[in-house]
Design a protein around this ligand. Structure first.
Ligand code: SOE
Length: 393
């Protein structure tokens, strides 16, 4: 009988739903030595998490994450909660000998991220595996981007241009949800979506950010409290609360190897819903990825005769691309949810092989160091170096 990987997931909102479909799908799409078992989903509200267990397909539900991480019938803890609980849950799970998948960003501070990375390194000696959920690495077109760069097809990378554009809080009446509170999210657009383009650009180039110059802005500083938090008096308006995080973060960066970069992470790009775009310009060509066209990659080869030069649109659906043989015939695109299925596929394969999956907690710590440098630069209007950690990318 195939071995089982019994999963306990903490949190069941957007990321919990995305992870649930991944755990549900992975063994149907990929031939793996372990079968993921959705054993228990955990959340504070009993009625809501009970309903989520049914909707998302979990065998049981719980309301105490400490009980879940200590259960003998749980092998892996999947952390899909707001950032303020990542550290305590991960540290407890690692101490209990559980594998851990933790959503990004790893933590709300460098200190927490460093403690988690150190605990992961200690647990690794006991065969415990950890991964941080930078899912966009698992988009086949991103893997192709990384491969073309590694093969030298664009030569020396000179420019990196990365944006992550959303607009879901442009309306000032949008309530003060947890992503807009520093005590829960750690930062705003910077940590939530800026972390993705920091990780992704370091991943596709194999180079780490060494220094930044940044500015951040909060356009709407007061918002209505969510209904469940507002002290509605029956008459009058719900109370409001202060937005304590950035709405947008823009920064310049230098990377190892000499590339210079621009990054923009904003929730105020009106009309842009999930506009993650990365373009690399090199001495021999360029590559460009747009998540809203996630099955394609643009490639400019400056080494072909000038009469034949131009950006080509590569349709990244051939079975030779990572993961694609598991899905549909060429020309049939995959979606956002597939990046999570690919993520847990690689995690299960690593666990079964006794190997360490990537991105590691050390990789995620390095991202946290960049985020911290961005905030310190924005506060001081100065260039801020990024501490070198041992993370490999
Ligand atoms: C922000 O709205 C968000 O949900 C991020 O938290 C996710 O990481 C990203 O994949 C989609 O947008």
């Amino acid at each position: 009988m195939m071995g089982q990987l019994r999963v306990g997931m903490i949190g069941y909102a957007f990321m919990g739903a995305a992870h649930s479909q991944a755990w549900r799908t992975v063994n149907h799409a990929f031939d793996l030595p372990l079968s993921a078992r959705r054993s228990v989903v955990c959340g504070r509200d009993e009625a809501r998490v009970a309903a989520a267990a049914v909707t998302l397909g979990w065998e049981s539900h719980a309301t105490d994450w400490r009980e879940v991480v200590s259960r003998d019938d749980i092998d892996l803890v999947d952390i899909c909660t707001p950032g303020d609980t990542h550290a305590e849950i991960a540290l407890a799970a690692l101490a209990a000998g559980k594998h851990v998948l933790c959503e990004k960003p790893l933590a709300n501070s460098v200190a927490e991220a460093r403690e988690m990375a150190e605990a992961a390194a200690t647990a690794q000696a006991r065969g415990v595996r950890t991964m941080c959920g930078f899912n966009y690495r698992r988009v086949p077109a991103v893997a192709l981007m990384r491969r073309l760069v590694a093969q030298g097809r664009i030569g020396t990378v000179r420019h990196i241009r990365a944006v992550y554009l959303q607009d879901w809080i442009v309306d000032p009446e949008f309530p003060l949800v947890w992503r807009l509170r520093r005590d829960m999210a750690g930062s705003g657009a910077l940590g939530d979506i800026g972390a993705h383009i920091v990780d992704l650009t370091q991943y596709v180039t194999g180079a780490r950010i060494t220094g930044v110059s940044a500015l951040t802005e909060t356009f709407v500083r007061e918002r209505p409290l969510p209904a469940e938090a507002a002290g509605l008096s029956g008459v009058g308006r719900a109370e409001s609360g202060e937005v304590t995080v950035d709405d947008a973060a823009l920064f310049l960066a230098r990377l190892e190897g000499g590339a210079i970069a621009t990054y923009e992470a904003t929730r105020f790009a009106t009309g842009r819903k999930n506009g993650l775009r990365v373009e690399l310009n090199g001495s021999l060509g360029s590559v460009a990825f747009d998540f809203e066209r996630m099955n394609e990659l643009e490639f400019y080869d400056a080494t072909v005769p000038s009469t034949e030069q131009g950006f080509t649109r590569i349709l990244v659906t051939e079975p030779d691309h990572p993961y694609m043989a598991a899905w549909w015939p060429a020309g049939h695109p995959i979606g956002y949810e597939h990046s999570f299925t690919h993520e847990v596929r690689d995690l299960i394969a690593a666990i079964a092989a006794g190997e360490d999956p990537t991105p590691s907690f050390a990789d995620a710590l390095q991202v946290q160091l960049v985020l911290d440098a961005v905030e310190r630069s924005a506060a001081s209007s100065a260039w801020v170096p990024v501490e070198a950690e041992l993370a490999s990318v």
